[in-house]
Design a protein around this ligand. Structure first.
Ligand SMILES: Cc1ncc(C[n+]2csc(CCOP(=O)(O)OP(=O)(O)O)c2C)c(N)n1
Ligand code: SF4
Length: 280
């Protein structure tokens, strides 16, 4: 039977005590155990950031690449071996800032990838500059006059782009987070889970107490494929912050639309064409 030890690679996390990333790592391990997924069945992909270190702490296949570039790498991995479960961990800067353009095209393509975003509303690793989800006017060490840009609403963006699974959870709600992760992993298609994450060192405003006062768990009382209702729900982010699945649809994945990998994975094919003449 699978246990925590099967995912342990002995590396001690280099996060600040009290960081929400610990709870995200723990919820993910529990989700894998409850789903009975073995380490060799998954590939974890990340870019750069505190959040992107998460795959370093698990004994699974993994690729740690450039800041904001996890999506194209993950898409390549999933196309090469669509039997693997490909999961990305990234920050709000990595995903919505540096990787924003890739995100837009992932929404269009619908690769069978799960994207877990640790949204702490700052650039954590580089010491708290404003990120795409920082509120307008928030002062930071790098923005002494306050952030001059409106924050991105990732949930509304994903729904508008027809992302096939869109959900929000919170690092301080471990049971909810684990269940949402399980649903995302089981979903066939591109899944975005925006995880509100506590950064105890650089985001002193959106702390545990701030979220606990506002968050509530909801189960959509509308058909989850109803885009307009989902969009309306996505506008709520003030005194009340909903956690749950906002939107879901079932459409063919990017991998399913590629005829050559219909019967076999690309990596299991023996007769690759000789491309030497193209690259020499
Ligand atoms: C192309 C590029 N730009 C900037 C950096 C510097 N950099 C490294 S981590 C980081 C911020 C990471 O913030 P986020 O993605 O929100 O993750 P967090 O650390 O908050 O989890 C930045 C700007 C870089 N490594 N590469
Ligand atoms: S700086 Fe923030 S995000 Fe990074 S480890 Fe510390 S608490 Fe976590």
């Amino acid at each position: 039977m699978l246990s925590y030890k099967d995912f342990d690679n002995g590396t001690v996390p280099a996060w600040c005590p009290g960081c929400g990333n610990f709870a995200i790592l723990d919820a993910f391990k529990k989700a894998l155990l409850e789903l009975g997924i073995e380490p060799y069945e998954i590939t974890l992909v990340s870019g750069i950031g505190q959040s992107s270190k998460l795959p370093h702490y698990l004994k699974c296949n993994g690729f740690n690449g450039l800041h904001g570039r996890s999506l194209p790498v993950a898409t390549g991995i999933s196309v090469a071996n669509h039997k693997q479960k490909v999961i990305i961990f990234g920050g709000d800067g990595d995903t919505y800032g540096e990787g924003g353009n890739h995100l837009l095209h992932a929404f269009r393509r619908n690769p069978n990838i799960k994207l877990f975003v640790h949204n702490n509303a700052v650039y954590g690793l580089t010491k708290g500059q404003a990120s795409p989800t920082t509120e307008f006017g928030r002062r930071t060490k790098a923005q002494p006059f306050g952030s001059l840009s409106e924050p991105l609403n990732p949930i509304a963006f994903a729904i508008a782009m027809n992302c096939s699974f869109v959900a929000r959870s919170f690092s301080g709600s471990p049971e909810h987070l684990k269940n949402i992760m399980k649903m995302a992993i089981n979903h066939e298609g591109f899944a975005l889970v925006d995880i509100l994450q506590i950064c105890v060192s650089f985001n002193k405003v959106n702390n545990f107490e701030w979220y606990k006062k506002r968050i509530y768990e909801f189960n959509a009382d509308y058909d989850l494929s109803d885009k307009l209702k989902a969009f309306e729900k996505s506008q709520e982010f003030d005194e009340r912050i909903p956690l749950g699945v906002f939107y879901s649809n079932s459409r063919p994945t990017f991998e399913k639309n590629i005829p050559v990998i219909k019967d076999k994975t690309l990596v299991s094919m023996q007769n690759f064409p000789d491309i030497t003449s193209l690259i020499c």
